[in-house]
Design a binder for this molecule. Structure first.
Ligand SMILES: *Cc1c(COP(=O)(O)O)cnc(C)c1O
Length: 403
């Protein structure tokens, strides 16, 4: 019997068999009974919003990173936005960031009335290229949002030197970089504002949530910005010894973390080291399995960094396979393996493309890598069998569709 599909030139006689019976999710959260018990404890207490557990989470998070201070918020996006507002970035200013990132890194510049200026990435690590950053600086530039893409730290010394030379605020988007090290320094241990994400798919989660680390004096002002602009007296006014009086110092935002979220965060933080150990084991297995495949370019880890391995981004080498990245992902799905793409470069999205007149050839490194990349499942819940299934699926597709 001939089906419509069998006449496609790249189809093969034997049916594709899924490598497993259930679909392997790309990045499910790793929550256990400890988290459930801690949330229940909070729900049975009289304090469900920002309170003692949020304070403890801030202290323990700062201690884990060696950060000078930490401010718990309801997202990483809130952290980035709060940092720009606190840093005085506003109308008429320019904020440099990577085009190969999630929209939040640039959207927050729009939210303060500034113009996000996108730059291209380095071909090996896919991090913001310091030379492109330097070339993008104008008299209007006021800040750089440095993205640690996939969990591999960006070249902070090179970008930091540009920021220092031009007196720019350097904010780090560390949504992927928990925990990561650059030249021996933990990401988030410095004085520049650094925003982490506890979104459901990130290296640890609070459902939704984020943390801003940095200089304690900056964070004191950021705390006010992040909670209606209320003076310090205001936010804990319901505690014993709290006082009814507060003042609005500026029209702030509503970005506080709840103790329900912090309950998850406290448990996840304790598990982080184990999570990372498992992530590195999975990465080692993928590296070993794919090292000999000329069709695949593997993610790199430079000598002077410690990668957080939030993402394992494979790149298809041009010309080796008869199928493109889109078809490769479809073939992974047919084999019941979940994958994703990180990211569609921002300059290709209608808002940024049309507002700033970006063309498709504008950032050739980000663009050409985007077109051939896919992210494989990488999370601490993967069993050895799951990892073997991913490897089998990738190898099978490479074998079938080699030119
Ligand atoms: C997830 C993510 C964010 C946003 O994090 P939220 O906590 O969801 O606000 C920002 N930047 C990057 C690079 C991300 O991947």
């Amino acid at each position: 019997m001939t089906s419509a599909r069998s006449i496609l030139p790249d189809d093969t006689a034997d049916e594709v068999r899924p490598v497993r019976t259930d679909f392997l999710a790309f990045a499910p959260p790793a929550l256990g009974e400890e988290e459930i018990a801690e949330v229940a404890d909070t729900l049975r207490s009289d304090w469900i919003t920002t309170g003692p557990k949020t304070s403890r989470f801030e202290r323990e998070f700062a201690a884990r990173l060696g950060a000078p201070g930490a401010l718990a918020l309801n997202s990483c996006t809130a952290g980035l936005h709060t940092a720009l507002v606190t840093g005085g970035i506003g109308r008429g200013d320019e904020v440099i960031t990577s085009t190969l990132t999630f929209a939040a890194s640039a959207n927050v510049a729009e939210h303060v009335g500034a113009r996000p200026v996108l730059v291209d990435v380095e071909p090996d690590t896919l991090q913001m290229d310091p030379e492109r950053v330097r070339a993008a600086v104008t008299p209007k530039t006021r800040a750089i949002v440095v993205v640690h893409y996939a969990g591999h730290p960006a070249d902070l010394d090179a970008i930091g030197a540009i920021a220092a030379e031009h007196r720019l605020l350097m904010v780090e988007d560390a949504a992927h970089a928990l925990p990561a090290r650059y030249r021996g320094r933990m990401i988030g241990s410095g004085t520049n504002p650094t925003a982490f994400s506890f979104y459901a798919t990130k290296n640890m989660t609070t459902g939704e949530g984020g943390m801003l680390t940095g200089d304690p004096a900056f964070l004191r002002r950021a705390r006010t910005v992040s909670l209606h602009g209320m003076s310090r007296d205001g936010w804990n006014r319901y505690a014993e010894g709290g006082h009814w009086f507060y003042e609005i110092e500026m029209p702030g935002f509503k970005y506080n973390m709840t103790d329900i979220q912090a309950s998850l965060g406290l448990c996840q933080l304790r598990k982080l080291e184990g999570f990372q150990r498992r992530r590195r084991e999975v990465v080692a297995a993928y590296h070993e399995a794919f090292a000999g495949e000329d069709a695949l370019e593997l993610p790199v880890e430079r000598n002077d960094v410690e990668h957080a391995w939030h993402l394992y981004v494979l790149r298809l080498r041009p010309g080796v396979l008869a199928i493109d990245r889109g078809r490769f992902i479809e073939e992974m799905t047919r084999r019941r393996i979940g994958t994703s793409v990180h990211f569609i470069p921002l300059h290709l999205h209608p808002y940024y493309r049309d507002t700033y007149g970006y063309g498709p050839g504008q950032f050739p490194v980000a663009q050409s890598n985007y077109e051939r990349m896919l992210s494989l499942p990488l999370h601490p819940g993967l069993s050895d069998g799951d990892v073997a299934d991913v490897i089998t699926a990738v190898r099978d597709i490479v074998r079938r569709y080699r030119r």
